[in-house]
Design a protein around this ligand. Structure first.
Ligand code: URA
Length: 242
């Protein structure tokens, strides 16, 4: 298991001198053209600090995770195609703007990915949502597809794949394989992720160079149980049960 050393940086309001900003560990830098890491702003680092804290109660974990998810969805939407679109304002003047082109669907990797569905719904009214359940096969220890329910016209849509944790990459890679087998071109898949390991990110980004990933943070590595470190523990347990 690799253990990268995540950089420590001064993070604070831009108007402050560097030596007056507090330091914080920011995302490991990754060099893949198809990966976007959210700007490591004071806001994002403070939100991540809350959800990483082992003593954060479930209600706060849900509230602050949802804020990060919202940032991911808003950034993810910037990666979808747009076309020029001119509108007329109430004072009768034209405004040359943009409109989104194409239909989208969200697909969550159960169960943790379902936590990201509402954030997508909050930004995209009436968005179609599908689900994929992948679990480790007890005999082979490999990820196995147990269930999927996808919109019937999924092949005609841009897909926002939702999973907050990218550890080894096994589930996300299998989910993209399922989507591709249903006719979704790789280049129309956008993976939204809260926290990734460097090795999971490498596996995913190299296997699907035409897909895109938007993540909030690439962490240091994986432990012997394939938990992301320093991580935040089991996202699904913390969001749904504890
Ligand atoms: N899934 C989680 O919820 N946490 C990890 O650290 C890795 C995978």
């Amino acid at each position: 298991m690799t253990e990268e050393v995540a950089p420590v940086k001064c993070v604070g309001p831009e108007y402050r001198a560097e030596d007056q900003k507090p330091t914080a560990t920011v995302s490991t830098v990754v060099h893949f053209d198809n990966v976007t890491v959210l700007p490591q702003t004071p806001q994002l680092i403070a939100l991540l600090s809350i959800i990483r804290n082992h003593s954060t109660a479930r209600g706060d974990f849900v509230f602050y995770s949802n804020r990060i998810i919202r940032l991911l969805v808003e950034e993810g939407l910037n990666h979808l195609p747009t076309i020029s679109h001119t509108v007329t304002t109430p004072v009768g003047r034209p405004y040359d703007g943009l409109s989104f082109q194409g239909k989208i669907a969200g697909v969550s990797i159960m169960r943790a990915g379902e936590a990201m569905e509402q954030g997508l719904r909050d930004c995209c009214r009436s968005v179609r949502i599908g689900k994929i359940l992948i679990q480790r096969d007890e005999e082979t220890a490999q990820p196995k597809l147990f269930y999927d329910k996808l919109p019937e016209d999924i092949a005609d849509r841009w897909v926002l794949l939702l999973d907050p944790m990218l550890a080894t990459g096994g589930s996300a890679i299998m989910a993209v394989d399922v989507l591709k087998s249903r006719g979704v071109p790789e280049e129309r898949i956008l993976f939204l992720n809260v926290l990734a390991s460097p090795e999971g990110m490498k596996s995913f980004a190299e296997k699907f160079p035409a897909s895109r990933v938007v993540t909030a943070f690439v962490d240091e590595g994986l432990d012997e149980k394939n938990y992301i470190i320093p991580g935040l523990g089991d996202f699904g347990d913390r969001y749904y049960t504890r």
